[in-house]
Structure formats: structure tokens, C-alpha cells
Design a protein around this ligand. Structure first.
Ligand SMILES: [Cu+2]
Length: 120
């Protein structure tokens, strides 16, 4: 029974609340989002939910280079309204940052590895 339940969980789309109760903020702990991501499995078809006070943060998917340098090459992709839901439509590493001045520098940034849905 437990096995059936866990398989059902794995095969259905999951909404991941980024940072759980902390939401999408400038974290007190610089490893908050890396630790959060390391405890989860992200599958194509899942979604990320960025929960923040609208006006105090935003979110945008960026390239690895932009992630590393806290730069936004495509300002048109910035989502400014909470809660921001982003569907994970392709496998691979995806990068997200807050575009507001200084926030990414202070570790408001998230990198996740998205895998293909298993065939179970
Ligand atoms: Cu921010």
C-alpha cells in the first residue's frame, strides 16, 4: 500500500513551493535555496511556485551565465506578480533569480535539475 502511494506521488505533477515556508526572499541562510532544491526531485510536468510579497521581489528564468553574474539578459521574462507559477517543461538545469538590485547577489537565486518523467 505504501509503495502504491509513493508511486502515485512520483508519477503525478508536483507543485514545488520554492523555499517552503520561507517563500521567495533574500535568505538569511545563503544556502537556503540550494538546500531546498537538494532535498527534492524535479520532473518535467512539475511546476515551481514563487511566493513573495508583490512589489518586494520578482522572478525570472535566466541562463547559467546570468545566474552566475546576477544579470538579466531578457528583462521581458521577469514575473513581478506573486504567486508566480513556472511550469517545468524541459529537462536539464534551470536557473532563476530575483532581478531587483542586490537581491541575487545576496543569494536570492535558485538552480534546479529537471529530469524526464519516469515511465512508471
Ligand atoms: Cu528579490
Amino acid at each position: 500500500m505504501a509503495m502504491v502511494a509513493s508511486m502515485a506521488f512520483c508519477s503525478s505533477a508536483t507543485q514545488h513551493i520554492v523555499g517552503d515556508a520561507s517563500g521567495w526572499v533574500i535568505p538569511n541562510n545563503r544556502n537556503l535555496y540550494a538546500d531546498w532544491a537538494s532535498q527534492r526531485m524535479f520532473t518535467v510536468g512539475d511546476s515551481l511556485v514563487f511566493d513573495f510579497l508583490t512589489g518586494t521581489h520578482d522572478v525570472t528564468e535566466v541562463s547559467k551565465d546570468d545566474y552566475d553574474h546576477c544579470h538579466v539578459s531578457n528583462p521581458g521574462s521577469i514575473i513581478t506578480t506573486s504567486r508566480a507559477t513556472i511550469n517545468l517543461t524541459s529537462p536539464g538545469v534551470h536557473y532563476y533569480i530575483c532581478s531587483l538590485e542586490g537581491h541575487c547577489m545576496f543569494h536570492q537565486k535558485l538552480a534546479i535539475n529537471v529530469v524526464m518523467k519516469s515511465l512508471f
